[in-house]
Design a protein around this ligand. Structure first.
Ligand code: ARG
Ligand code: ZN
Length: 418
């Protein structure tokens, strides 16, 4: 009885002390320019990770900031906010628990479990899955080595060919450009699995795969992805080492040749939106660009999967100019968003990137569009900021099904139009 009592007290003590010393995500609302400046300072000076906006540069009055604050800077940061009367609330009090939840029980034979696609997977397991998927479906799936990463990891794309019609066109889907957006690779796996399992049952996917092959690159940034599993869950960029700076990593979605490194990207290697030394300086973006250049006459639809914020975006992001087929693209994402609302009661914003979020040059979607792939989209999957990059595994199914519905809607429209 005594021991039980002591245990009880200890447990509660533990709770009381730990709330202050856990990793947290704060939602912060600066209202004055002074508060904006302090926040910019906090997010660069202290060991924090800015979730939203993507770079301190975009912090402005009356706009919510989502900031990941690790346990060791938690007190200092909260004190600073309090001292300057900056309104904030705790968005996630238990970020480390969420992180733990997402990385555990990655089984040794990953494909054996029925919930395989409702979990996040380590890079090793994804490589294993790529291999097994190709091996087990030799007539339908081919693994293509399109290049390698900065740290020399292979970049495999899966080619899905479910129908042997001659002269088929193709869809390209890449996932995991940004390392911390784990729902993105999860979607690529989900998509491949769904295509292989429901080709015979579902009209929409059948129509797509009868008319198009699909190239799926599950992890475009394997070095970064690996790093989010081993070292820093909030890493975004790749892991290339700079000649000129101690900071690591290039934002691969600023490294393409589309108004490269103009407003919305940075030449400073220490920022999250570092554009690299020159367009396609990074082996990951170069590999994708090379592959698409080679296949630009067959690839008609380009899709790049990101998170979070629930948006269906199309060119341009690198300029405020309107794309030549703006109305077509708008109609497609509008219909996709409507369907998501109808079937999943969830809201997705849509529109051209620059006007819907911010100017962001050097993106893969704009580059692919300028290459001649006139149907080019970036999806930002769930959620809208509650869990952010730490979307729990229990949400994977719905997040992926929504995105899948958008892919089906858009792909079938492309087939209709061409
Ligand atoms: N959140 C994405 C990013 O910052 C948006 C991508 C939209 N497209 C683009 N080309 N920037 O990379
Ligand atoms: Zn992203």
């Amino acid at each position: 009885m005594k021991t039980l009592l002591i245990l009880f007290i200890l447990m509660n003590l533990d709770k009381g002390y730990c709330t202050e010393t856990r990793d947290q995500v704060l939602s912060i609302s600066p209202t004055t320019q002074e508060q904006v400046d302090i926040l910019k300072n906090v997010s660069t000076q202290y060991e924090t990770a800015l979730w939203q906006p993507v770079s301190p540069h975009y912090i402005k009055e009356e706009t919510q900031v989502h900031l990941f604050v690790p346990a060791n800077s938690s007190e200092t940061v909260t004190d600073l906010l309090q001292k300057h009367a900056i309104t904030h609330e705790v968005l996630l009090a238990n970020a480390n628990e969420l992180i733990e939840m997402q990385t555990k029980n990655d089984s040794t034979d990953p494909r054996s479990s029925s919930t395989f696609y409702e979990r996040y997977h380590s890079l090793e397991d994804i490589y294993y899955w790529i291999n097994r998927t190709a091996q087990d479906n030799p007539d339908k799936v081919k693994a293509i080595l399109i290049g390698s990463s900065y740290e020399k990891r292979p970049l495999y794309a899966l080619k899905l060919t479910l129908n042997n019609r001659p002269n088929k066109k193709a869809i390209w889907i890449d996932c995991g450009i940004h390392a911390r957006e784990w729902i993105s690779p999860a979607f690529c796996l989900w998509f491949v699995h769904y295509s292989l399992s429901f080709y015979k049952q579902n009209q929409d996917i059948a129509n797509i795969l009868d008319n198009m092959d699909v190239y799926v690159l599950p992890v475009m940034n394997p070095d970064g992805y690996k790093y989010t599993w081993t070292t820093n869950r909030m890493w975004r960029k790749n892991r290339s080492i700079s000649r000129s700076s101690a900071c690591t990593g290039v934002d691969l979605n600023r490294n393409f040749d589309a108004n490269w490194c103009t407003e919305g990207a940075s030449h400073e290697p220490c920022t999250e939106i570092y554009c690299g030394a020159f367009p396609e300086s990074e082996p990951e973006s170069e590999a994708v660009a090379n592959f698409l250049r080679l296949h630009k006459d067959t690839v008609q639809l380009y899709l790049s999967i990101h998170s979070y914020s629930q948006m269906l975006l199309f060119p341009y992001s690198c300029t405020l100019d309107e794309a030549e087929n703006h109305n077509d693209l708008l109609e497609m994402v509008q219909e996709a968003a409507q369907k998501i609302r109808r079937y999943y009661s969830n809201t997705y914003k849509y529109g051209p990137g620059a006007k819907t979020i911010y100017l962001a040059p050097g993106g893969s979607d704009d580059w692919a569009y300028n290459l001649g792939i006139k149907y080019s989209f970036t999806f930002e999957l769930q959620d809208r900021g509650h869990y952010g990059f730490l979307l729990p595994p229990s949400h994977i199914a719905k997040a992926c099904n929504e995105a899948l519905l958008a892919v089906k809607t858009i792909a079938n429209k492309v087939i209709e139009k061409t």
